[in-house]
Structure formats: C-alpha cells, structure tokens
Design a binder for this molecule. Structure first.
Ligand code: IPT
Length: 945
C-alpha cells in the first residue's frame, strides 16, 4: 500500500468515528433463537420488520444514517442488506472495504440506529446488479458458478473469507445487530446441496452463530424437498413474493397478477419468513418509478401486506426495497434497470418520504405495539362481514385476536362485523373503501386497559407519564366503534371532536362511537385503571404521529416531518427532527421541556397533557445556474495514426465462455481484463481495395451500441447483442452490423485501421445458475471484411486503472476516462467554450459550480434534464469524478439524476464532467440543478474524500 493510500484509509477510519472493526467491549451479548412462531432474542419473541437497503447504491456513508433513521422512524426494526461481491473486488484476490465500501461502518450505523440486520452476502445476490453481484473476473474462473465446482468454490471462499469476519463481529450474539445470515439468493434452478451446505459451513467456521436463512424463489417448493431438511437445508427458510409483478406501465389496473402474496410455511420448526416481500418494482417497461410506486402503493400495501401477516402468520418479513438508491457507475445489470434504482420505494432515490412511507409507518407502529401478542398466534375463527373477506389469528396465551377485514372489490362496502370473542359477541358497523384492508384487534391488553374490540385500527399505544396514550385511526369519514372494559363507569371527557360514549354496567363495556374526522381526543379516568388518553383520527392524522423511545419512556410527536431520535436529558426530551415548513409541534412526554436539534422550544401544556410549541422550517435554497460549459472533442482512437502500442494485443484463440466466437481471434473484452464500461478495439489489416463492407458482431447487453470508424472515417453504429443472444442457438451472430466501405477509402496494399468503440452496459445476472447467461461475453465477438480474406490483428483498451476511491465500477475505457477528464482537478481552462454541437463519436463537456447550502438542513439536489431524453446520443455524467448517471432515449425515461450530499460539496466547489457519446452529429441537452426536497434537520454530511 502506498503511503497516501494508508493515510487515506486512516482518515476514513477516523472519520467513521472509531476504529473499524474494534468490537465494542461493553456491548452486551445476546442469544438468538427461534421456534415455529418467531425469532427470539434472549428468549423474547421478536417480530422482524425489515426494509431492504443497499449501501452500494448510496455512495455517501453519512447518508446511510439518514436512510436508516428514516426506516427506524417508520417502525422498522431491521434492515436486510445484500453485500455485492463485484462492488468490493475489481480483480481476483483484491478486496476493498474502505470509504463507500466500509461495511463495518454500515453495520455500526445500523447498531446506532437500533436496527437489526439480515446479512445477505450471496455470493450470488441478483438485485439487478452487474453479474448479479458476481465480479466479472469470475467469468474467467473455471467451474460452473453457483455450484460446488472447485474454481468457483475457491473464489467465493475468498470473498466470504474477507466479508464473514466483519459480519461475525457485528452479530447480536456479540453485542451487534446482525440477527440472521442469508446464504445464496433464490437458489431455484440449480440443486447443488453440497454448495448450499458449504456456504453454511464456511459461515459457521468464521463464527457466524445466528440462525441461517435463505430466500427461496416465489414459492416454497421451487428447489426440492430437501429445503426442509437434509444437506443444504437452512434453519429458517424464507420465501420471496412479488404479487404485483413489475408491470409499472399498467399500475392503475394491475391487481395481484402474480398471486395472492401469501408467504408459505417451509419448515414446521421455523417461523414463516417473507424474505423479500414486494414493496416496489423495477421499471422493466420504462414507465418511470412514480408508476412503480403507484403499482405498489398504499392500497397494495394495505391489502397485500396486512393480508399476508394475518393469513400466512409471517412474523418476519423484509420489504424489498425500503430505499432503492442509485445504480451509479457501472453497477446496474443491463437488462432490467437504468441509473436510478428508486424502485418506487417508500423513500425515494432523492431520500424523500412518500404517502407509502406513511402507510408503512401506520403498519410499522401497529406491529411494534402488538408484537408481544402477534408473535405467537394460531389461526382462529374469523368474524363474518357480508361483502368483505375476513380472517383471524389469536394468541392462545393472552387471548388477543387479530382480525383481517378486507375489501376485495373496488367499490366501498358498508357491512356489519359479526364478531365473537372471549370478551363477548359484538355486531359492529364497518365501512371499507375499495381494495382496503384493516387489522382489527380484540380481547387485547392495551397498556393498562382492556380493549374489548375496535373497528378503528391501532396506530400505537404508549405509557407516558403514568397514563396510557393510544392512537386509533380509520379512513376519513368512516364510522368507528371502540369498546373498553371497566369494573365501574369511568369518567369520560371528550377534549376534542365528536365522540359519544355509553357504559353498559352489566358487561362493563364502555362503548365509544364516532366518525373518523381530524383528531378526536377523549380522556378516560377512574374505574381502577390508569388514565387513558384516546386519540381517534383519520389515516392522515395517524400518519402525523412519530414515536421514539428514550431511557425515560416513549414519546409521541406530531407536527414534524420526521422524528429521528429522542433522548431524555434531565427532565427534558431532546428530539432530533426534520421539518419541511414552520409550524406547531406537539409532544406527548413525561418531560417538562423540549429541545429540537439542540434548540430549546418554548411550549405550553395542552388540555391533552401534551406540550405544544412552534418549530421553524428550512431556509429557502437557491441553486446556481450551470454556465461556463467548456467542450473538448475526443475519439483520437479513430485516427489511423493513433499510438495504440501500449494497448493489449487481443490474439487469444480459446475462451472459457460457452459462447462460440463468430470469428477468431477471441475479442471478448473480459478475456483481456477489461470488464467495465466502454472498450476500444483497433484492428489492422492490409487493404486489397476489394473490401465492400465491414461485418461486425458485438454484445453489449441491452441498451448498448457500438460505433465504427475505418481509417478515421465514421462508418456508423449498431445495437449490441443482448442477454437472450447467449443461449439462442438459432442466433449465433448477435449484435450484427454491416458497414459498407466507402469507395476510395482503402488503398490496395496499404495498411488500414478499423476502430470500434463498444459499450459494455454491464454483465448479465446468473439468476438461472446457467453459465451461458452469466458468462456471455462483452465486446466484439466477430469481425470480417466482406470482399477480402485479409487477417485483422487487434489491440484492445478498456479502463486504464481502478480508481482507488471510487472503485472498479466507476469508469470505463473512454479516452477522457483514461486521461482523468472526469476528475475535479483536470485542467480544462484551455478547453474552448461549449457549442453543444457534437460530431459522431465522443465529446466531453465540463463546468464547475459553487454551492453554499444552508447548514443544519438537508437539501436534496438533482441534476435535471428538461424534456424527453434525446435519441442519437447519450450523456454519461460525472460529479467530482463519480459517475452518477447515464441519460439518453435508448437508456430509459430518467431525466433527474440524484447528486448525493457528500459527493456533492454542499459548501464549496463542484465539477461536472459529461461524456457525450453520439451515434449521429447533433446538439446536446445541458442539464440544470434542481431541488428534490428541503428539510430543516437532516444528518451531518461530510464530504466523501
Ligand atoms: C428477486 C431477487 O431476489 C432480488 O434480488 C431482485 O432481483 C428482485 O427479484 C427484483 O427486484 S427475484 C423475484 C422477482 C423472482
């Protein structure tokens, strides 16, 4: 390691707030177990509520904390994390776990946020990442991938040998937060039990002692009966389920085409685990991620996710994705995704919270509140309600009932719930809008109260300052009934809203009837129970609450746009919270004073016993215009005289790829160690003058193309071959291009040079565990001259060297990339002012801008192209050297490219570089900066070195 690198690593370690990897000495160790009903920690049942998060899709480690705090604030108690082998390993034996790859820091951040972790190290992860997480160099390792073949085994053992010790020291059993360890991913097609067993043996040998799980594809029977027992079987099998499909283009009408979304039980001795439950979608038909968010929106979230919990009895789930992030650099697998991996998730790529987030919070708080009962239930007799579907589960020990009521149709249904339970038999009016679902609770110990039944759903209940505070909710305008039991008539004071109450002394039932409008407040006192403040609101009112725990008990907060944490400090409660606008804040707390982000808040006590104050909003943000663009022509490789003597000779005649080259030599770029981004070829031959055309074949992956020059003359471009071409015997010549040779261009007997720029859009995944798919080559796979048999000798050039900070997936082999034109320090003062008019080939644009964004607030900035993406060229965008986006009509619908704080210097100078790759001459679009969201608060974000 060079000294500068050592110093850099040291700086990163110190910036991370501690010595990477040092186990925290005082951390308590815990026991993780499980039975047929749930996972347990120290014998206590845990309802695992996980959101999937990919650190490798958010290249700014301080922002990991932002997202994890947002997941926690929605009620999730866990994240599920893939570890992307390719992201850490640019070459065999080379592993990087520093900077944006510092997974030790990620796991520490999860611990600090109070989130369990489901660790998913693959080796295969799918996840729409290039190679499905396999580093492209694995294409050159003999032995079928995802099997116990020796070459593959040695490779993945090396990966896990680096990663497992980091995961191991962060296990719950050692005071960390890794709760489960997931081997492989949807190992559905191959059936190599020895491989599955070895992954587990390797993990155990590295000290992994938490339960091992795997995510089965689609339904429990998809591999073989040995999933339940026998070699390769895991302790807690999980099942993936995507009931809404990925048809974002038809979001308005799609409803469960891929099944009812019920997680199957795989083993009788393990809990039902929804290992990946759909919470968004990849945008396979370029509809845009807002359409994917609609496809998997609030109605879906209520109907399917609530339904699954009660119908399947799952007590562990992982919503895929909680936050999708960005396929920066050459991270994406080319067939299904583009730069954005927003996924239509509840938290957008620009880190903004959506209506779906509100729904997660309503469900997440509920599950948090009732977990003690809901983690040990059996199916129970369901109440009936005409026109509605019902199902129920009950806890045999405490008798609590959880009743699913859902409306399978699209029209509103008003019905009567005929509900028999230990506390009595009730007929209760219910109204459900189309496709809505509720989980109602009866016979339940709600804090110090007895909840007989309610047709409102529980958001949460807390014991705060010696009284219970419960928040119940229902759709705006619908009726609600809540029945509580008392030995004698309690004192009922309606503090706000219209609520009628009646006490039935025979049953001991206090019945409250109301309509859900705004937020009604009822104080119930006496009758031998501690006081209860009942807050009855609409869905929107429920979503306005935030909860957090402190050492002095929980707090509830209304009026902020996020509550990141709460701490009890000497009679006060210190909140970390975000606001989108100035406005009132209400805090339900035992404390007598409130601070927000360190500032005292003047408050007064309300009749509800809460503290009411006022919070400021964020400052207005103005972003600079992007001006002063400079332009530089590129593509010197097209010129016949270009010096390629330093390039690699491409002369191999054999390859490990099952793909048979159309012509020899083998020109597959991976064979020569060029795995990422654009690759140049230069072929030399002696002209005869009889050449009529150049015939090429190239495989780029979907959305790729290649550009061809002969003796410096641009001949045109063609689309590269795609994934399907690897296993189609009837299509032995993928990505064909025939380029007529212009008359007079070649002199008989003279040397001629063919220059070809081939885009490698990323590597196919290996979902089907077939080498044909994963080992499909990239680059030229055939080259012939029509009219001449003259041999062509080739040289190849790709990425010049791995960027020590940004990693092996950041840049490809464009001249500007090899020469550092992407980097902030590159001297571009001599570049002429941009005309924005470009010839076919590669042209670079650069500009700089300064930001001085207000401190103490979170400004999410995007680079925005106006109008629809253009045909004929694509733009690769680099911010301060980091490749953050690819824009163009044939790449997808994306027009906004997130510039994450940390990579974006929020106070200082920034450099934008854009590589324009044009297949035809034209005028290019220039982007501008735009704000995707502003909040007062946020987390401190330091510049990524
Ligand atoms: C499931 C994969 O396990 C996950 O990695 C990701 O690719 C997801 O799909 C789609 O985004 S596979 C399932 C859809 C069959």
């Amino acid at each position: 390691m060079r000294l500068s690198r050592i110093l850099l690593v040291l700086a990163l370690v110190l910036a991370g707030g501690g010595l990477a990897g040092a186990p925290s000495v005082a951390a308590p160790r815990h026991r993780v177990g499980y039975d047929a009903h749930s996972v347990t920690v120290d014998g206590r049942r845990v309802l695992v509520q996980a959101a999937e998060f990919h650190y490798f899709r958010l290249p700014s480690p301080d922002l990991w904390r932002d997202i994890l705090e947002k997941e926690k604030a929605a009620g999730f108690n866990a994240i599920s994390v893939y570890f992307d082998w390719a992201f850490h390993s640019p070459a065999p034996g080379v592993y990087d776990f520093t900077g944006v790859r510092d997974v030790d820091r990620l796991l520490r951040t999860a611990e600090q946020a109070g989130l369990y972790v489901i660790a998913r190290p693959g080796p295969y992860i799918n996840a729409e990442t290039s190679g499905g997480g396999f580093p492209a160099w694995l294409k050159l390792v003999p032995g079928r991938a995802r099997s116990s073949a020796p070459g593959y085994t040695a490779a993945y053992r090396d990966w896990l040998g680096h990663l497992n010790p980091i995961i191991a020291r962060h296990q719950v059993t050692r005071g960390g937060s890794v709760l489960l360890y997931n081997v492989e991913n949807e190992y559905a097609v191959n059936t190599d039990a020895a491989y599955m067993q070895d992954l587990q043996d390797v993990a155990r040998a590295a000290g992994i002692d938490v339960p091992i799980t795997t995510n089965l594809c689609c339904d429990a029977g998809s591999w073989s009966s040995t999933w339940g027992s026998g070699p390769g079987a895991v302790q807690i099998p999980g099942v993936d389920d995507y009931p809404q499909s990925f048809d974002c283009g038809n979001a308005a009408t799609v409803w469960g085409p891929w099944g009812a979304g019920l997680t199957e039980r795989v083993r009788d001795d393990a809990p039902v685990f929804a290992a990946e439950y759909q919470a968004g979608a990849i945008d396979v038909n370029n509809a845009g991620y807002d359409a994917c968010r609609e496809l998997t929106g609030v109605a879906y979230t209520r109907f399917f996710q609530k339904g699954n919990l009660i119908l399947s009895g799952a007590t562990a789930f992982n919503y895929y994705m909680g936050f999708g992030g960005t396929n920066w650099g050459w991270l994406p697998q080319p067939n299904d995704v583009y730069t954005s991996y927003d996924y239509g998730a509840a938290i957008t790529e620009a880190r903004q919270l959506t209506a779906k987030y509100d729904e997660y919070k309503r469900q997440g708080y509920f599950l948090h509140a009732v977990a003690g009962s809901l983690t040990r239930t059996d199916p129970a007799t369901a109440p009936s309600a005409a026109g509605l579907e019902t199902a129920a589960r009950a806890n045999p020990a405490d008798g609590a009932q959880f009743v699913l009521v859902r409306n399978p149709g699209t029209a509103d249904v008003t019905s009567t719930l005929d509900w028999g339970m230990p506390d009595g038999h009730y007929l209760l009016p219910v109204t459900l809008t189309g496709h809505d679902a509720k989980v109602l609770v009866g016979g339940y110990a709600l804090g110090g109260q007895r909840l007989v039944a309610s047709t409102s759903e529980i958001l949460t209940h807390e014991t705060i300052g010696g009284r219970d505070v419960a928040v119940l909710y229902g759709n705006d305008g619908t009726p609600g009934t809540t029945i509580l039991r008392y030995a004698a008539a309690p004192r009922v004071t309606v503090l706000a809203g219209r609520v009628t109450s009646a006490f039935d002394p025979a049953a001991g039932d206090l019945r409250l009837d109301y309509r859900h409008t705004g937020l009604a407040r009822v104080l119930i006192q006496g009758a031998g129970r501690r006081p209860l403040l009942l807050l009855l609101g609409t869905d929107a009112a429920a979503a306005s609450f935030w909860r957090a725990d402190t050492a002095a008990g929980p707090v509830l907060v209304r009026g902020t746009d996020l509550l990141r944490s709460a701490t009890a400090v000497a009679g006060a409660v210190a909140l970390r919270a975000d606001t989108a606008a100035a406005g009132p804040v209400e805090v339900f707390t035992a404390a007598s004073a409130v601070t927000v982000d360190g500032d005292g808040v003047a408050t007064r006590r309300t009749t509800s016993g809460s503290l009411l104050g006022h919070l400021p909003g964020p400052e207005r943000v103005t972003l600079p215009a992007l001006t002063g663009w400079r332009q530089h022509a590129e593509t010197p490789e097209a010129a016949p005289g270009f010096d390629d003597s330093g390039w690699t000779i491409a002369g191999k005649t054999t390859s490990l790829s099952p793909f048979v080259p159309v012509t020899l030599p083998v020109l597959f770029s991976d064979e020569y160690g060029f795995h990422t981004g654009d690759v140049w070829y230069r072929g030399r031959f002696t002209a005869t003058g009889a050449e009529t055309a150049v015939d090429l074949n190239a495989i780029t992956g979907k959305r790729g193309n290649y550009l061809v020059w002969l003796n410096g003359r641009y001949l045109g471009s063609a689309a590269g071959g795609v994934e399907a071409d690897s296993d189609a015997p009837g299509n032995p010549r993928p990505g064909p291009g025939t380029f007529p040779v212009p008359a007079g261009l070649l002199d008989p007997g003279a040397p001629a040079v063919l220059s070809v720029l081939v885009q490698n859009m990323g590597h196919n995944d290996d979902w089907t565990a077939e080498d044909t798919r994963f080992r499909q080559p990239r680059g030229l796979v055939g080259a012939r001259l029509d009219g001449s048999a003259a041999p062509i000798t080739w040289r190849i050039q790709g990425t010049a060297k791995v960027d020590p900070v940004r990693g092996g997936l950041n840049t490809g082999g464009l001249y500007g990339e090899r020469a550092g034109w992407t980097l902030p320090g590159h001297p571009d003062r001599d570049w002429p002012s941009a005309t924005m008019t470009v010839p076919a080939g590669v042209t670079w644009l650069r500009t700089g801008f300064r930001l001085d964004l207000p401190a103490g607030q979170d400004t999410s900035v995007v680079l925005r192209f106006d109008g629809t993406p253009p045909a004929g060229y694509r733009e690769i965008v680099y911010l301060n050297g980091w490749q953050l986006g690819q824009y163009g009509a044939d790449l997808g619908p994306q027009t906004d490219f997130v510039l994450p704080a940390g990579l974006l210097r929020q106070a200082g100078a920034n450099t934008l570089a854009v590589a324009v790759i044009a297949t035809t001459p034209g005028t290019v679009a220039t982007p501008h900066l735009a704000v995707a969201g502003v909040r007062r608060g946020g987390v401190p974000v330091r510049d990524v070195p």
